[in-house]
Unconditional design. Structure first.
Length: 155
């Protein structure tokens, strides 16, 4: 089984590793991904000011994508490494996270997508969330992990 973990950095690393570990019992692959919106015009301007008119915009964009991507995935990657589970990481450039994650799931041949719920799942605004859009639009099963487990209130 190939599991695609999509994160913005808000997923609970221990919960995600425990959950994913159950999915890949007996073997499997884990890819950790994040979507980064890259401000092209701003970075192009910075690069041309620093290097001159012959600057190649791709190097500054790539550096921005990797830096932001690393920040978002580092906690999850470290948790998987501590559990002895190898991961591949991909940084996806785009402005529509739901669309890019669904596209990556297809391109990577993922069997399932795991992502976090960053807001309450059953209120009106949740139906506009990335999680809800993926549940409706992705051609792969989508499992949503809560941001954190809430303890029951004492009576």
């Amino acid at each position: 089984m190939h599991v695609l973990i999509a994160t913005t950095g808000a997923l609970d690393p221990e919960l995600t590793v425990a959950f994913t570990g159950r999915l890949i019992v007996g073997g499997g692959r884990v890819t950790v991904a994040t979507v980064v919106g890259v401000p092209h015009e701003f970075l192009d301007t910075l690069e041309q000011e620093a290097i001159g008119p012959r600057a190649t915009p791709s190097s500054e964009r790539r550096r921005y994508l990797e830096e932001r991507g690393r920040r978002a995935t580092e906690g999850i990657q470290n948790a998987f490494a501590a559990a002895g589970i190898d991961t591949e990481v991909v940084y996806l450039e785009g402005d529509d996270p739901a669309d890019r994650i669904a596209e990556a799931a297809r391109d990577l041949g993922a069997d399932i997508v795991v992502l976090g719920a960053t807001r309450q799942l059953f209120d009106q605004s949740s139906w506009e969330s990335v999680s809800a859009r993926l549940m409706l639009e992705c051609d792969r099963p989508v499992l949503v992990v809560p941001a954190r487990i809430r303890q029951p209130q004492e009576a």
